[in-house]
Design a binder for this molecule. Sequence first.
Ligand SMILES: [Ca+2]
Ligand SMILES: [Ca+2]
Ligand SMILES: [Ca+2]
Ligand SMILES: [Ca+2]
Length: 372
Amino acid sequence: MHLSDLDPDNPGLEVWQVHEEKPYGYDLHDARTGKLLFSETSSGDNGRGVAGDVDSLNRGHELWSAANWNTYTVKGKIWKADKRPAYNFRIYWDGDLLDELLDNTTISKWDNAKQQSNTLFQMQGKSCNSTKATPNFSGDILGDWREEVILHDGASKLYIYTTTIPTEYRMYTLAHDPIYRLGMSWQNTAYNQPPHLGFWLYGNKDKFPTPDITLVGDHTPKPAAIIKQGAGSSSQAIALGDSIIPFTFAIQNADGATVENLPAGVTAKWNAQTNSLYFSGSPAVSGEYTYTITTKGGDAEFGEATRSGKFTITDTNAPIIPADSTNGIADSTTTSLKSHVQRMLMNGSGRIYDLRGRLVKQRKHRGVYLTR
Ligand SMILES: [Ca+2]
Ligand SMILES: [Ca+2]
Ligand SMILES: [Ca+2]
Ligand SMILES: [Ca+2]
């Protein structure tokens, strides 16, 4: 059963259908009204048939089936007597806008001059359903508008084929067309036959139809935003060896974000489901780290958003007074100075720490020393 705008001169869509029960044979009927456009009887089960646009000189699609060897026009006239393209599936495989043929594991193209189908591509793998030789699937699921084929190896592997032939035509993916999108679904709920577009591709070669799709919800551009979530502060002071309190930044109106200048041991893991960054970990180094988050994929009109935070990591085991220090540790005699000094210790590097191990800015305390 093939559903598309098979006859561009009959309003709407048409169905090309072959029938198992004699004497019905095959018919082309109007999809909306069911009106028979043409039909012929046959003597038994008409196993399969194809509607495909294999020749641009004959307007619209060409129709053929297993009932006989003729190929018909959509007006029911014999287009080729005792000649028909390969039957099973139609497929877009080469660069032009006409249909190629998919049968079993072979993709071929109708050669109108020689009145035969010539092999374009021979695939590895197996088809399904014995003599029906249908693929696991055919349809536009990857890359450009040409269609992919899925076959199997009879055991555990799938083979997915896509064309490598260039095309000069650029258009939406076929799944943008609702008839095609539905075709990929309904054709695969039973005896699968290939999906068709809801319009005549070759006949629209100068301007492909705009997809009749309406997006729900508000899609006006908005500036990218970085929103803090969770318990942990975006700026934390912790001791080396401890873990930070995890926290999250949600990214809004952008595709993702990058983070720069995190201390080793702290990660910002991207969660594609929630579009957010999860900060966690245990810093492996001491020091002050001002990190910056920058969104990516934000709307060009507004530019990307940035936001900063800070990790202050203190090494509580840092050497305070090296045993060999000769850096002028001196006694201090006044009470006020002693009190002051007791809050500060200086190590061999010349850096001054308070008793909690925090680095003290030296310029404020020049000349203050401690005797061990
Ligand atoms: Ca039509
Ligand atoms: Ca045609
Ligand atoms: Ca083609
Ligand atoms: Ca494709």
